[in-house]
Design a protein around this ligand. Structure first.
Ligand SMILES: *Cc1c(COP(=O)(O)O)cnc(C)c1O
Length: 238
């Protein structure tokens, strides 16, 4: 092993430990049982070596957002048996490869995409885990379904044979104010609660990132999606 590989692994181990201790501290602070918040390492734009280093440090769930890049990385790491989550924007022409290679999709916001993913999910794989992306702020260009329309979409997606609807995901407007962060995350928790009361068996609140994972855990996140705090600043996408 050369020096730079060694340094990358040491850095990766330290960052992973730091994020895991932030999660554990938030679980304690907000009365969440230990180990109830999963960590998804969002490795988009990071090199395969960075993923390999995090894997050595014990991380097994990784998120990718750009299909071409994901194809290279998933292929390079195929022997490792990792759990891959697609966290990017979904377009119709991307669904086939995603349905064939990912275990989770976090950003479903329309029925047409869900129907394609279900139809294209290979029979020999378990159902594809899906979260619906909800748009909580007033951001016209951001992906996500309006809260008022979530219930109809959730019931339709839950009926698709090759998908397993797990819960809701959000990427709220950026804010450094904890009360504002928590208000968005609370709205997602309440939306999930309302779907459960309508009979849907959902267990996942995918919310919180490097900046705001504590606020998300305070409001009930079951999975935080962390990039920068684990891998450093993202290289510019080329
Ligand atoms: C990039 C990304 C993240 C990670 O964000 P950080 O601020 O780097 O932790 C989480 N979720 C989604 C959907 C992303 O695209």
């Amino acid at each position: 092993m050369n020096d730079s590989q060694y340094q990358l692994e040491a850095l990766s181990t330290a960052r992973l430990a730091a994020v895991r201790s932030r999660i554990a501290a938030a679980e304690r602070a907000y009365g969440r049982p230990a180990g109830t918040v999963e960590l998804l390492a969002v490795s988009k734009t990071q090199p395969v070596e960075a993923i390999a280093a995090a894997l050595k440090a014990g991380q097994r769930d990784f998120g990718e957002s750009y299909l071409q890049e994901a194809q290279l990385k998933l292929t390079a790491l195929a022997a490792e048996n990792l759990t891959w989550h697609f966290t990017g924007a979904l377009q119709s022409n991307k669904t086939l490869w995603i349905a064939q290679h990912f275990s989770w999709v976090h950003g479903v916001d329309r029925l047409k995409i869900a129907e394609r993913l279900s139809a294209q999910r290979p029979a020999e794989l378990p159902a594809l885990n899906v979260c619906l992306q909800v748009k909580l702020g007033d951001e016209p260009r951001k992906a996500g379904i309006e809260p008022a329309l979530v219930a109809d979409l959730a019931h339709a997606v839950a009926a698709l044979p090759r998908l397993c609807l797990r819960g809701l995901m959000t990427l709220p407007p950026e804010s450094d104010d904890v009360a504002t962060q928590r208000a968005y995350f609370r709205a997602l928790r309440e939306a999930l609660q309302s779907l459960r009361e309508q009979g849907l068996a959902l267990d996942t609140l995918s919310m919180g990132m490097s900046r705001d994972l504590e606020a998300a855990i305070a409001e009930g996140a079951t999975l935080v999606r962390v990039g920068t705090a684990l891998f450093g600043a993202r290289p510019r996408k080329t």
